[in-house]
Design a protein around this ligand. Structure first.
Ligand SMILES: Cc1ncc(COP(=O)(O)O)c(C=O)c1O
Length: 401
């Protein structure tokens, strides 16, 4: 990511390897939304809270005195609930005692994993566009990123999913490759990796003795296809660090409760780094997420169906506004092509959008190394109330005039 607007050139304090990262694009665009009063479809956070009984559980946890440091790996009931979740949904068995770690969101889980695994100069393979913390975290781990470009399908509902060239992935593996960092369902493209694609990743991991780090924070938001955890493929559980988070699934992104499931040696590696990043986090919220994970199948179905309807609403609206739209297979993001508006500079387009029509979106180019692959693409989120999405659509429709 080279979107470094908030870093002053020649800043004397930021070390060279971090200088390119500046302020995250989300902070920058959300600040722009506040400054201009624009509708913020940039950053992926819902504008309504998650289930009230979960919020109540957090309040009760505070009232009941769960306000000091929780145990290092996280409270046992939450580790048990996470293990139960993996068993219920994927038939993956993890021991809550030695194979589950609670983290400060998925972000810390990714950082702890890569900081623990990588020696300086090791390489981490990931797919671009990539979630913005990946590049910075790989840099902080003094590792190098190798990226595989995902190419958009035909636009429109049923246009298919983003794809990559399997040979690109094979070619990316070298003597210093340590890990493959895989995000599925994938932000920002909405891609859900197929069984065949996952098998290729698994084959390479096994052949070259690589660790897989899987970011599955959108596991419950799949609209076409199926979410298959890489760890369920033969030979992968023992070499995979599975990461997820309560933020997206239960709409409490600010609580930052995430987790890792991994075999003991890998979990221990991540825990070693985590204990010196935050030590522990979110004691009362850990109790509340035990309640959340106990909500049962109706909750997940309702959440999914609600987001599916919003996906249709926003994608249809974007098409009516003139954007070729890549309907996402998963996540709560949708990518569109801006070229019908006479430009392929997504960054300039997004910076001008609040003034042009009062809407904030994110330029996908900031998630690419290979800028020309993503310069014409921008991302909107649909995890907002219907009236907000409708308002944004009406505003975007004025762009063509
Ligand atoms: C792909 C991906 N991974 C990780 C995260 C961060 O998750 P958390 O808020 O649990 O740290 C996000 C948040 O947007 C994301 O999109």
């Amino acid at each position: 990511m080279r979107y470094a607007a908030a870093v002053h050139p020649g800043d004397p304090y930021i070390k060279a390897s971090l200088r390119a990262f500046g302020e995250t694009i989300f902070a920058e665009m959300s600040a722009l939304a506040v400054r201009t009063g624009a509708i913020n479809l940039g950053q992926g956070f819902p504008d309504t809270d998650g289930p009230s009984e979960v919020a109540e559980a957090a309040i009760n946890a505070i009232r009941n005195g769960h306000n000091q440091y929780p145990p290092g790996p996280g409270i046992l009931p939450l580790r048990q609930a996470v293990a139960q979740h993996q068993l219920d949904f994927y038939n993956l068995v993890y021991d809550p005692g030695t194979e589950v770690l609670i983290t400060a969101g998925a972000t810390e889980a990714i950082a702890a994993s890569l900081l623990a695994l990588c020696e300086p100069g090791d390489e981490v393979i990931t797919f671009e566009p990539y979630y913005d913390s990946y590049a910075a975290t790989i840099a902080m781990a003094q590792a190098k990123r190798r990226v595989i470009t995902l190419r958009p399908p035909a636009p429109g509902n049923g246009g298919g999913d983003y794809t990559f060239d399997p040979q690109d992935l094979r070619n990316a593996v070298g003597p210093r490759t340590k890990a493959i960092l895989l995000n599925s369902p994938h932000n920002p493209t909405g891609k859900v990796f197929t069984n065949e694609e996952l098998q290729l990743v698994a084959d390479l991991c096994i052949e070259h003795d690589l660790i897989a780090v899987t970011d599955e924070v959108y596991e419950h938001l799949v609209f076409s296809g199926t979410h298959i955890p890489l760890a369920t493929l033969d030979g992968m559980r023992e070499r995979t660090i599975v990461i997820s988070s309560a933020g997206k699934t239960f709409s409490f992104t600010g609580w930052k409760i995430g987790w890792i499931c991994a075999p003991p040696a890998l979990l221990n590696a991540a825990r070693t780094a985590k204990q010196f990043l935050t030590y522990v986090n979110g004691a009362p919220f850990q109790h509340a997420i035990v309640t959340a994970l106990g909500l049962g199948p109706d909750y997940y179905r309702g959440f999914h169906d609600d987001m599916a309807a919003k996906r249709t609403l926003l994608c249809t609206g974007l098409e009516e506004a003139g954007f070729p739209t890549f309907w996402p297979a998963g996540t709560y993001f949708v990518t569109t092509d801006i070229r019908p508006f006479g430009t392929n500079d997504g960054k300039a387009f997004c910076l001008g959008l609040p003034e042009a029509c009062g809407v904030v979106a994110v330029p996908n180019v900031v998630f690419y190394d290979n800028e020309e692959a993503g310069s014409h693409l921008i991302r909107f989120t649909f995890c907002k109330q219907d009236h907000v999405l409708n308002g944004a659509i009406e505003r975007l429709k004025t762009l063509r005039q």
